[in-house]
Design a protein around this ligand. Sequence first.
Ligand code: 4AD
Length: 549
Amino acid sequence: MSFYINEKTGADEAGAGTQEKPFQTPAFALYSAETDAEPKLFVFKEADNEYQEISASALKKARKGCDGLKKKAAKAKEQELKKQQQQADNAAKQMAALNIKIEEDKALPAAQKARINQSYSKVGERVKVSGWIHRLRSNKKVVFIVLRDGSGFLQSVLTGDLAIAQQTLDLTIESTVTLYGTVTKVPEGKSAPGGVELVVDYYEIVGLAPSGDDAFTNKIAEGADPSLLLDQRHLTLRGETLSAVMKVRASLMKSIRRVFEEESLTEVTPPCMVQTQVEGGSTLFKLDYYGEEAYLTQSSQLYLETCLPALGDVYCIQESFRAEKSHTRRHLSEYTHIEAELAFLTFDDLLDHIERVICKTVQYILEDPVAGPLVKQLNPDFVAPQYPFKRLEYKDAIEWLKEHGIKNEEGEEFQFGDDIAEAAERKMTDTIGVPILLTKFPAEIKSFYMPRCKDDNRVTESVDVLMPTVGEITGGSMRINTEEELLAGFKREGIDPKAYYWFIDQRKYGTCPHGGYGLGTERILAWLCDRFTVRDCSLYPRFSGRCKP
Ligand code: 4AD
């Protein structure tokens, strides 16, 4: 047999080895011979324009090349066979998996319903726990699920038929399931929430979450744009960090209510739809109230003042609304305002009370078995504030800012009378590094209701509590308690006193020295949980450009 080779015009796979359709390489020509006898090879020589028998050295090289081709072909065949085998195995496994019926073994002791945090103390017992699949991992024979139900996380393990059943292979993150199994202690040296693991013997699917493009992890990819994450807030809330902040938030509410109880304050719920302003007209949200102009409340202070003669010292936890144009990390359009009002006290009494409320509230949060560890986790360096706080008068703060070369909003040296805006306030607070009660602000930069100090008519009995990393978390003051002085305050701020008749009446029908304050819930949380912005401390934050979902 003879084969013809033309290295220029020939082709190995498509060639036939004839003079008309020559092969390209001598190695392929040898490889394509189907008999044991080695074919004769003729190679086209361009110089002589004819086919000539292959030289001995070229033939030797061709034989080597032919061996290589044979080995390659054998390997490819082997792989193909393996692949076919695997496909057959997979198909068999899938059939088997499809045929596995997950059924409860009725011979087992009845499972007791438990929340995850209750299951931690049920070592050795058979329980049933419902929740969301927070994490899902499998190797060939074992499936690990971390279940979440809001009360905690439960590491769970599925083995045997449970692990290979098609139903299990189809599970997705955020699907809801009820797991049945025995609570076991995790082995020495291993850790899991609550120190336990659920060895699952049966489970039911309550609702399967989507897979593929719509899968939960695609919806809220890590590192996604904050605005996209806010569009998916209903899903991001399920994350470990945000849900931890919300739990600390719940504990803050509970703890501060406990402190108010200890301080003998009564809780009230003033209206949110009002026709008066408290903190300046520029941040009022207006609304059409059956044809009349009304506003969403900026602060419940004025209403709290009216409760003093009826109920004594009072507080409320209520949403306040501010049409803040500025996009800062500590301003929201709607925030949860914790406000208190106290009668028959001095400015110093008020400052002492504020310190006590803040310190005790933080103490109770840290002592809370749920929130305490979460604060540690979110803010490992957090140091609980100690009273008394550093007290700094506004006039001394201005000197401090000057000495430290910190400029005002116009980029000039601070002057008495300047507002200490966010950037300068934060720099000062962070440099001093401890909680500060900043007191006695000039009347002109504060609200109409603040009384002037007896010893310095330029300034008022007012206070801001400043915390490192966030700045102002609380604003408060004594209140003007004579009608005449209050009317002068309205005049200074250009407010028509007509709508405030009920507030003015407090000064007519038995006036008293009184004062109060408002705490920004989200700001306290940003400080306590070390969050960059108050937006991370609100369930569904509202700020300009965002009123959904
Ligand atoms: O200093 P502010 O404006 O004081 C009042 O509203 C008083 N009438 C309260 C009172 O005496 N009852 O607000 C009080 C606190 C601030 O210290 C801050 O923590 C928070 O409310 N706050 C805001 N939090 C988030 N977003 C905003 N836009 C806020 N404005 C004020």
